[in-house]
Design a protein around this ligand. Structure first.
Ligand code: AMP
Length: 173
């Protein structure tokens, strides 16, 4: 399936989670066997030549795409989670969302030995979440070899928060 065909499976939900936000709902795409498989294939095509050791994905949709991508690439997966969810020693970064503030934690030993990391998410909006993940990798001694997204909301200029990082998205709005 082409990325244009995948785009047709993204549902716009106006005023979710609050008024004025058009939420890009990827559940129809994830629920479609051919579309989900093709999406992971497209993500893997970009990620493979960058030889990541691990994919870093944030809950919850980052787990769905990140887990499948890591399996496809035969690399590891590192979860970034909401505060208080991870059992071991953690480091944390706060960031601003398109619709609020939040913070993410990863395990302090997640990127041992200068691991090569691809930062992955479903949507690049303002770039705050991805910036926080890149900073966490830097702080813990990993090397970010790319920031990868299914969707990029180009009108929010998230890429500008990620200068110096190789950024790619399958579907642009
Ligand atoms: P940001 O930090 O602004 O780049 O926001 C990215 C994060 O918020 C991603 O984890 C997305 O899942 C979520 N997000 C932000 N805006 C939207 C949107 N319009 N539709 C769907 N998800 C969004």
């Amino acid at each position: 399936m082409t990325t244009d065909q995948l785009k047709a499976l993204v549902r716009d939900v106006p005023d979710f989670p609050r008024e004025g936000i058009v939420f890009k709902d990827l559940m129809p795409l994830i629920g479609d066997p051919a579309a989900f498989h093709a999406t992971i294939g497209h993500l893997a095509e970009w990620a493979r030549p960058r030889s990541p050791d691990v994919i870093l994905g944030a809950e919850a949709r980052g787990f769905i795409f990140g887990g499948a991508l890591a399996y496809e690439l035969r690399c590891g997966f590192v979860p970034a989670r909401k505060p208080g969810k991870l059992p071991w020693e953690t480091v944390s970064e706060s960031y601003e969302l398109e619709y609020g503030m939040d913070s993410l934690e990863v395990h302090a030993d997640a990127f041992a030995n200068g691991a090569r990391v691809i930062v992955l998410d479903d949507v690049l909006a303002t770039g705050g979440t991805a910036r926080a993940k890149v900073d966490l990798v830097d702080r813990l001694g990993g090397v970010v070899v790319g920031a990868l997204f299914v969707i990029e909301l180009t009108f929010l200029s998230g890429r500008e928060r990620l200068t110096g990082t190789d950024v790619h998205a399958l579907i642009a709005y």
